[in-house]
Ligand binder design. Sequence first.
Ligand code: ZN
Length: 247
Amino acid sequence: MRIAVLSDIHSNLRALDAVLASLGSVDRIWHLGDVVGYGPDPDAVVERLGQVHALGVMGNHDLVASGAEGLDWFNSDARRAAEWTRIHSTPQTRAYLAALPQERVEQTPAGEFTLVHGSPREPIWEYVDSPRVAEDNLAALKTPFCLVGHLHVPLAFRPRRPGDSRMEMRLAAPDGRIGLGGGPLILNPGGVGQPRDGDPRAAFLVIDTDSGEAVWRRVEYEVEATQRAMLQAGLPPALAARLRFGQ
Ligand code: ZN
């Protein structure tokens, strides 16, 4: 079974379509939330995820854009983008976002995967961004494998040695791969629609349960066209500018 894992699409249809076009044959598409926010195409991105039968979870931007949570959580640019998304999305899009679960557990031939946007113990808001946070989340993780987003950086957390409860963090290079083993393993695919690791290309992860490996991938998309669409839509210029630098 081949599974594509996409996170933090952030209303960037061009980035999502570039990823989908590069996938080849996959059996499942999973997303880890932040479907909207920042970018210019919330309705089209939600529609596309439906067309490819993607299964996913709710991110903090989805929660806020759906109207279920106030805007106070965000800095000014994120808040303006969230307000823009509330105004420029259909009721169907907001209903889709509001109905996303905070967590999913999916079966595969390699074992069970927990899908969350943030962390197992704080599925919407916590960043798994250090070995310490990864260790602190192991008690809340009920499956051997966990997929998280939110950081927009491709990462892996795994035990320092087999059986060790202390975790180590590994930054994932493009085309980097990792053996699934028996877990615990926490993987972040990086961001599709707003990468923050200095590489502007869309980032995602492909899990192959036959080979027992996961591979981090990157694909180029039309960054300038997305930036133009954001400026024409009246979204904050700083949000458009950062796409070029992958930040
Ligand atoms: Zn995000």
